[in-house]
Design a protein around this ligand. Structure first.
Ligand SMILES: [Zn+2]
Length: 367
């Protein structure tokens, strides 16, 4: 089974510059190649009797080395893969266009989907270091898969963050499932409430770190920007943020592994922007980060451990129905922690009721 693995790089400024140069070279090669291929197509439309062969990826690379690279010495500073893969991507783009699968390739602008691909001697060193040709050793925040050699990696930028991604060949392991199914309700009060009654809260350490960061920011709010005191304060905040990041990652890792290994079917709600409103704007924005990561990890772990992930649509009123009889509580507010059903004369924790509904609906969906 091929798993896409993507994780954020932890870079210093020099490394950022090197990566930006590679992405710039890839973009430059792509745009140069696109200009040439467009000229070829234009020529062929206007000169049907004297058509030129449309260049292959290899033709494009030969032309690039001979005419473009020699005229732009800065290209030699970066790995040759950057340009080569960009041209291959361009040719693939044209193929998809000729087959009418997608629109013609477009010129790339700086800062939009900056990315490049590398191959060659790629090694994972230690738990979170990655050795790449030309670029050298890069660190990642997250631990990397061990005893594995990626053939090629893609490095990309999203706003000011850089990511590395590669395909990972893994053998799915069918774990002995002790339970049939579970519904998981995500929330702000409790991170996850399971339909078997288990509740998972974000670790106390997480909340303590957040309070610490907020206090530090308040106390230092008058520090002069650029002063030594300001720099020390910033470094402290950055370290705390990193610990916060690790604490969250660790928590989500344990929870998703437990779910994927224990249950045959894991049912969750689809999370999206309107789902966020369910929790109120501010808390929602913060919580959503964790929810997306939860979903991402759960999805690949379910594949890895042979369980089924069932995602129910947001239009399913999982929190408003009584899980036993389906009576609809029209006026249930966010602050109501207890769900009371007059039909059954029964009170139940609202999150538990929601998770039971999620399980019921999730199981009714075909795989
Ligand atoms: Zn009822």
């Amino acid at each position: 089974m091929l798993l896409g693995f993507k994780t954020e790089l932890r870079l210093n400024n020099e490394q950022r510059i090197v990566l930006a140069k590679h992405a710039g070279t890839a973009r430059h090669a792509y745009n140069q190649g696109l200009a040439l291929t467009k000229q070829v197509l234009d020529w062929n439309t206007t000169h049907p009797e004297d058509k030129i062969k449309f260049p292959t990826a290899i033709d494009l690379h030969k032309w690039y080395v001979a005419s473009i690279k020699s005229a732009n010495p800065w290209i030699y500073e970066v790995s040759k893969c950057a340009g080569q893969y960009a041209l291959k991507a361009l040719r693939d783009g044209w193929d998809r266009c000729f087959k009418k699968i997608s629109k013609p390739p477009k010129f790339k602008k700086k800062g939009q989907r900056d990315a490049f691909r590398l191959d060659g001697t790629i090694k994972i060193l230690g738990v979170n270091h990655l050795q790449l040709p030309v670029i050298g050793v890069l660190r990642t925040f997250e631990n990397l898969p061990q005893s594995f050699k990626p053939k090629s990696v893609t490095i990309s930028r999203q706003s000011d963050k850089w990511f590395v991604s590669f395909n990972l060949e893994v053998e799915p392991t069918q774990t002995e499932k002790t339970n049939l199914s579970v519904g998981v309700d995500l929330g702000v009060k409790h991170f996850a409430t399971l339909s078997n009654g288990q509740v998972f809260d974000v670790p106390a350490l997480y909340k303590r770190l957040k309070v610490k960061i907020a206090k530090l920011q308040y106390v230092n709010r008058h520090k002069v920007i650029g002063s030594q005191g300001y720099k020390d304060f910033q470094a402290k905040v950055a370290r705390l943020h990193y610990r916060l990041f690790c604490a969250r990652k660790d928590f989500l890792n344990k929870l998703t592994t437990y779910l994927a290994k224990t249950f045959q079917v894991v049912c969750i709600e689809n999370l999206n922007v309107s789902g966020m409103l369910k929790f109120g704007r501010l808390a929602g924005a913060v919580a959503m980060l964790g929810f997306y990561e939860f979903r991402r990890q759960l999805a690949y772990k379910c594949k890895l451990y042979g369980s089924r992930l069932s995602v129910i649509g947001r239009w399913e009123p999982s929190s408003k129905l009584h899980h036993k009889c389906g009576w609809k509580h029209e006026t249930l507010k966010l602050s109501d922690r207890i769900f009371y059903c007059p039909e059954c004369d029964e009170s139940i924790d609202r999150d538990l009721n929601a998770s039971l509904n999620i399980e019921r609906i999730g199981l009714s969906l075909s795989s």
